[in-house]
Write a protein that binds this ligand. Structure first.
Ligand SMILES: [Zn+2]
Ligand SMILES: [Zn+2]
Ligand SMILES: [Zn+2]
Ligand SMILES: [Zn+2]
Ligand SMILES: [Zn+2]
Ligand SMILES: [Zn+2]
Ligand SMILES: [Zn+2]
Ligand SMILES: [Zn+2]
Length: 769
């Protein structure tokens, strides 16, 4: 041990002590007196800059610029980058900004590597180590060595044999994961690395690792940094590049500033997505050009421009349509978003229209495609979303749900399915059901609230043959009956249960087996049961029982309940037949319920002309409206019409409603043809049934009540029109022919005929205007 220090050592010690004092003073002047000197020392010690050369490096950095801590440049030494994080964590976040990577501008992870132009993050440091690929010549990281030299990963993936069969989706794909059992998984199917987000707690893919823990994409927002435009510290919209600074959201979007072109201060934006110079709105070329109406190159209408594509300006609606309905490219034949035109004027895709542009290749299947976020093609994205939705662990789809996954991923156009997965409550319900452990059957769905989404999910599961098809109208009746009966007092349930089960439901089953149990029939049966319950409740209020019910009591009930009177007949008959009442009790059927609603002929004809000729009406409204007005079909009948009931021959189109086909007028035939083509993309039912007016759920008919509402909305209500059409038909045809053509019950046709002979003429006499 020496007792004396050399003069150099003494000088060094003095210099170090002075440096430490200066560091603490500079830190406190930068972040404020709130930082105690001891705290400052502790932090500097923690980042190992209290002694040695690091102390002098830190001092040089702090004293170099007055705003060193608020805008650390890429010359920021490593201890300082860590010191900035400590200061932010200690509550001085508004006075300091974390150091950013000189290449990508990220502040997280800390730019821990030094490069020639300053600090860069690990990823950018790795990217800087790129060399030209020996095969394609692009600057890339060398993935494999071949005779001609190192090649990049895209080139290696293109070599024969590079693709392997994915063990889950069975497509030939670039392998992403090699499993111990020798199988491969593609990038789409390989399990994601999921972790619990420290803010929202959900198991998600992690966007960033912060001091608090991992954060999911939804919870992560980029840490605030100094905006190079306005000088405020706020989240950054566009990262700095070699030519432009970090730009905050306000500066990247519209705000007021001096225009780089005309020199005036005005509202505008940094052009080129916030990367270019500031331009006021009148001077900014593309951004404002869009707002001027121009003829759309697709629809020729003069409208505000949605986008400028190589083929020319495209209006907003056409842009949305082109994006959501990719079509076949005239040059390469792939299903793509078509943005250009060939010399002959046909539409072509980006790859064919801009052959020199950067290639857009899907990272999943390697095909050139219109990439979605994640740089995957729509089909690979769909496969990934479907497996996310249907697998509890985001890895494997349960075997029982695989047919459904095939139905969803097999759609001809993935875009509508993607939109459905994103937005539809039915998709959310499907995901929830797939994640829950319980069995997935009709009963499980029956236990849920019966909404559109439930019906839709059921339809999908039936289409995918995961659930057996069943008569939904019958199921509506049995479920309604079960729920209603469960709520009855025991002395009512004792009577209503056998009536519902053995009379109403058994008869409904019989009709359903013959395929003739309609939605309206289910409604009628429910009303019959409700009438029986109301009748029993009325008996209680009269202190009567079925056994001591007399004809006069029954007449009182019938008079007091005109709407339920006819509906209570089945129950009274049933009870009388089972000797629960005295014999001989009857309620008369109320006088034939003929419609009081008719139309004057001119109105009827005008509405029919609208249906056949008004192109501004929706197609389904026109078809249904015309069928009502021409053939007196009820909406219950119309929703059940299928493509099989339409037939063409020798220039005529025939519709077979009952036994004999009727020739359709050419205008209606064309409407029906268009309607069938319009449906072509929708999935048909399990048995291949294609409804003329398909319902909301796959393979189901439309609800006649909602169709009726829709017709009313377009000023074409069905009821009076149908009655009028029936009357007109009866003027020319005998009732038997009408029953054969329109498929109504012969008795009903007779009653109509009688009515037409009598009151119809009176009606017209009194109502003609
Ligand atoms: Zn290459
Ligand atoms: Zn796969
Ligand atoms: Zn989260
Ligand atoms: Zn700014
Ligand atoms: Zn300007
Ligand atoms: Zn257009
Ligand atoms: Zn193409
Ligand atoms: Zn792909």
């Amino acid at each position: 041990m020496r007792d004396r220090l050399s003069p150099d050592q003494v000088r060094l010690r003095e210099e170090l002590a002075a440096a430490r004092e200066q560091i603490v003073a500079l830190l406190r002047s930068a972040v404020g007196e709130g930082l105690a000197p001891e705290q400052a020392q502790e932090m500097v010690e923690e980042v190992r800059a209290w002694s040695g050369p690091n102390a002098f490096r830190l001092l040089r950095f702090l004293s170099g610029r007055p705003d060193a801590l608020r805008a650390p440049g890429s010359d920021c030494p490593l201890p300082a980058t860590r010191l900035l994080l400590l200061l932010a964590a200690a509550g001085f976040g508004d006075r300091v900004a974390p150091a950013a990577c000189a290449d990508c501008g990220r502040t997280d992870p800390v730019p821990s590597r030094s490069g020639p132009e300053g600090r860069v993050c690990e990823r950018c440091a790795a990217r800087r180590g790129t060399k030209p690929c020996a095969r394609c010549g692009t600057m890339a990281r060398i993935n494999s060595r071949r005779e001609e030299g190192g090649i990049c990963k895209p080139c290696r993936d293109k070599e024969p044999g590079a693709r392997k069969e994915c063990g889950i989706c069975h497509r030939m794909m670039v392998p992403d994961r090699h499993l111990p059992d020798g199988t491969y998984l593609c990038q789409t199917c390989a399990p994601r690395k999921l972790r619990a987000c420290c803010r929202c707690g959900r198991e998600r893919r992690i966007a960033a690792l912060t001091a608090d823990g991992p954060l999911c994409g939804g919870c992560y927002s980029s840490p605030p940094r100094l905006c190079g435009v306005c000088g405020k510290v706020s989240p950054i919209h566009t990262r700095a590049t070699g030519t432009s600074p970090d730009t905050c959201y306000t500066c990247a979007k519209g705000h007021e500033e001096t225009c780089s072109r005309c020199g005036k201060v005005g509202r505008g934006q940094r052009i080129d997505y916030g990367r270019g110079a500031f331009s006021c709105d009148p001077c900014a070329p593309g951004e404002v050009r869009k707002r001027e109406p121009r003829p759309c190159t697709l629809c020729a209408r003069t409208r505000a421009v949605g986008i400028f594509w190589p083929m020319g300006p495209v209006c907003g609606p056409c842009y949305a349509k082109a994006r959501s309905m990719p079509a076949l490219c005239a040059s390469c034949g792939r299903q793509r978003i078509l943005i250009g035109r060939t010399a002959s004027g046909d539409l072509q895709c980006r790859t064919c229209a801009l052959p020199d542009g950067p290639p857009h290749r899907c990272t999943g299947c390697g095909e050139s495609a219109d990439l979605l976020p994640g740089r995957r093609c729509p089909r690979c994205t769909l496969t990934a979303r479907v497996s996310d939705l249907l697998s509890g662990d985001a890895v494997t789809i349960p075997g029982s749900l695989e047919p459904l996954a095939r139905v969803l991923t097999g759609a001809a156009n993935p875009y509508p399915v993607l939109a459905w997965l994103r937005r539809s409550p039915a998709a959310q319900l499907l995901g929830r059901l797939a994640r829950e452990a319980g069995p997935l059957d009709h009963e499980a769905l029956d236990a849920l609230p019966q909404r559109h989404a439930t019906a839709y999910v059921r339809g999908l599961l039936v289409t995918a043959m995961i659930l057996p098809p069943r008569d939904e109208n019958l199921a509506l009746l049995t479920n309604w009956a079960a729920r209603t009966l469960a709520g009855l007092p025991p002395h009512h349930a004792m009577l209503i249960s056998p009536f519902a089960e053995w009379h109403i439901i058994r008869d409904a089953r019989r009709r359903s087996a013959r395929g003739r149990y309609s939605y309206a029939a289910h409604k009628g049966d429910c009303t019959n049961i409700r009438a029986a319950i109301n009748f029993l409740t009325w008996l209680d209020t009269q202190r009567l029982t079925l056994a001591d019910l007399g004809q006069s009591d029954l007449d009182t009930w019938a008079a007091g309940n005109p709407t339920l009177r006819a509906r209570s007949i089945p129950f009274i008959r049933w009870a009388t037949a089972r000797r629960l009442t005295t014999t001989g009790l009857t309620i008369e059927h109320p006088p034939s319920q003929f419609p009081g609603h008719f139309q004057v002929e001119e109105v009827h004809q005008a509405e029919l002309r609208r249906c056949l000729g008004d192109a501004s009406l929706p197609l389904d409204v026109r078809v249904a409206g015309a069928l009502v007005r021409l053939y007196a079909l009820t909406l219950t009948r119309i929703v059940e019409l299928t493509a099989d009931q339409i037939r063409h021959d020798e220039g005529h189109t025939y519709l077979t409603v009952s036994r004999h086909p009727v020739v359709l007028p050419p205008k209606l035939a064309r409407l029906i043809e268009e309607q069938l083509q319009h449906n072509a993309s929708r999935p048909s039912g399990v048995d291949g049934t294609r409804y003329l007016l398909p319902g909301h759920s796959p393979g189901r008919t439309r609800n006649p009540a909602s169709l009726s509402e829709r017709l009313k909305r377009y000023g074409l209500p069905a009821r009076a029109a149908r009655n009028t059409a029936m009357m007109e038909a009866l003027a020319d045809l005998p009732p038997m022919v009408i029953s054969d053509l329109f498929g109504i019950d012969p008795k009903t046709a007779e009653r109509w005929a009688a009515f037409a002979g009598g009151r119809w003429s009176d009606y017209l006499a009194t109502h003609r205007i």
